[in-house]
Structure formats: C-alpha cells, structure tokens
Design a protein around this ligand. Sequence first.
Ligand SMILES: Nc1ncnc2c1ncn2[C@@H]1O[C@H](COP(=O)(O)OP(=O)(O)O)[C@@H](O)[C@H]1O
Ligand SMILES: CC(C)(COP(=O)(O)O)[C@@H](O)C(=O)NCCC(=O)O
Length: 307
Amino acid sequence: MNMSRTHHIFKREDWNALNDHTNISMTSEELQTLRGLNDPTSLEDVKEVYVPLIQLLDIFIKEYERLQSNKDLYLEIPSIERPFVIGVAGSVAVGKSTIARLLANMLSQVFPDQEVDMITTDGFLYPNKELKKKGLMNRKGFPESYDMKELMSFLGKIKTGETEVPSPVYSHEIYDIVEGEQYILHQPDILIVEGINVLQSPLNEQIYISDYFDFSIYVDAEPELIKKWYLERFGMLLDTAFTKPQNYYYQLAQGDREDAFAYAHNIWKEINFKNLKEYIMPTRKRADLIIHKTHGHLIDQLCLKKY
Ligand SMILES: Nc1ncnc2c1ncn2[C@@H]1O[C@H](COP(=O)(O)OP(=O)(O)O)[C@@H](O)[C@H]1O
Ligand SMILES: CC(C)(COP(=O)(O)O)[C@@H](O)C(=O)NCCC(=O)O
C-alpha cells in the first residue's frame, strides 16, 4: 500500500484483500441482487470494491450511532433519530448517481433494519426561469446556479431529525425544476446526498454542506475519460429520452447527429469541464474516500483519509 500525507492509498487488489475480514459473505447470486436493475456496475466491482466499502461504512455508522446515543445520555436529552449522511461528489458524468444508487441498494439489503434514502443536489438548482433572469443558463452546475441557502436548510432539517422534509425535484427530461413537485424524506437512518457541489465551500458561509456529512466520497477519473462517458451518455440519450417531444433536447434529436454531437462537445468544454477544473476537482482532497476510475469505469485505486 502506498502512502500520502492525507490519505492511505489502496491499489484495487489491496482494497479487495479487505474482503478477507468482512462479515459480509455472499454467493454470486446474492451479489447480483445487490445491483439495481439496469445498473452497469460490474459484478467484480460489487464484490471486490463495494463489499469492503459497505463493511467500512458499517464501522463508521456504528461509531456514529454510539456517539450520538452516549452524547444524548450524558446531556440527559431525549434521543432523536439523526441520519448518517453520506456525500457523493465528482464531475458531471463521472458516475456519481450510479454509485449512489448502488450504495443505497447495498446498504438497505445488507442492513435491512436501516431505512436508506438518497437525493441529488440537482433539485436545489434554481429553476431555468430564475437562471435566465440572472443570466446563468450557461452556468448550470456552477456554485452560483444553486440555491445554497435552501440546500443548507434542507440538510439542517434532516440532521436535526425532522419527521417530514421536502426536497425539490429536478428533471433531466425537461432540463428544469419540476414546479409543484416535491420528494418527501421521512427520517431515513442513512441518507446519501449526491451532487457535483457537495464538497464545495462557498465563501462567507458560516457552515459548509460537508459539515452535515458523516462520510464523503469523491468519484475521480481523468477528464478525457469523463468527457468520453459524457458523450457516450449523450449519444444514448439522443437515441432514447431525447426523442420524446416533451424532452428539452427533442429538437436536437430531430436534427443532424453530427450537429448534436458538436453541441454536446461544446457543452462539455464550456460548461461541464470548466466547472470540473475550477470548482469540482479542487474539492477532491476533502473527501474521506476518493474512488478512482479508469477505462471502462474500472476502479483501479481508492484513497482513504487518515484522519
Ligand atoms: N460502473 C460503470 N460501468 C459502466 N458504465 C457506467 C458505470 N458507472 C456509470 N456508468 C455510465 O456512465 C455514465 C455517467 O454515469 P452517471 O451515474 O449518470 O453519472 P453522474 O451522476 O456523475 O452524472 C452513464 O451513462 C452510466 O450508465
Ligand atoms: C444538472 C447538472 C448540473 C448535474 O449534473 P449530474 O452530475 O447530475 O449529471 C448537469 O447535468 C447539467 O445540466 N450541467 C449543465 C450543462 C449540461 O447541459 O450538461
């Protein structure tokens, strides 16, 4: 195992070796069911990377529960349910939502007594109407395009154990916030919060989003590879979701394919890559765990914070 000042660096095979002392033993069929339907994650990754990760999370979760309950006992205050919150950060198209969904699935199957929920910070983007007013339509995903006050208030309510916490909903289909729609969270035991901005620290804020996290993950890869994954996803959507008349990109899907890809290249370069370089990548070292992916989404290295 290599060393760095802040993180223990595990090559994939060293991380996989942790399986020798996990309590989670499963047959291949059981491992198969840990992936959601249509999850592209390979069975090797589930077994060699995610099972040891779930075991590690179990250590963090148990420690968190013990601390909360001892603290409440000492202070003689009634115990309330405060969820263990996991943040998942990284570039657009690096695979954050795939990992967040897989973790949610695995956690709820391995620990059936735990209520697991997940949200994406997309819901806290300003609606297009607002973004247009502020001249921010080409800055979607940049720090100023999010209603950070709302996101912080949401996380505050979650962490203090409110019983019903609404979260706004973003639709990639209409490329906008869905007016009047909310997703309600009912005191989950574990909440996964996924988004490009979850490790950012806006200036002049007294509290950061990451203050609400009990464990954070940064999904990392070379920008050239992420661009490839972005364009592949775009191509797939061009043949499926974008062909629906209500889709934001419907007109694009009706036109010339080469023009559509030229448009996507430009969006990557001018928006998503710029955002990655300027605002997302600098947050990498804040994560408790950096999951590094290479060609074909293969995880080749994991870096775990030492403190
Ligand atoms: N482990 C994986 N193997 C193969 N494809 C993957 C894997 N993880 C993600 N992908 C694909 O990469 C693209 C981006 O993943 P997604 O989870 O949507 O990214 P994000 O939420 O970061 O934008 C999607 O097309 C997804 O299906
Ligand atoms: C809503 C997003 C900021 C969130 O990204 P995600 O990681 O969920 O894919 C992103 O999908 C986006 O819309 N970026 C703006 C440029 C673009 O159209 O891709």
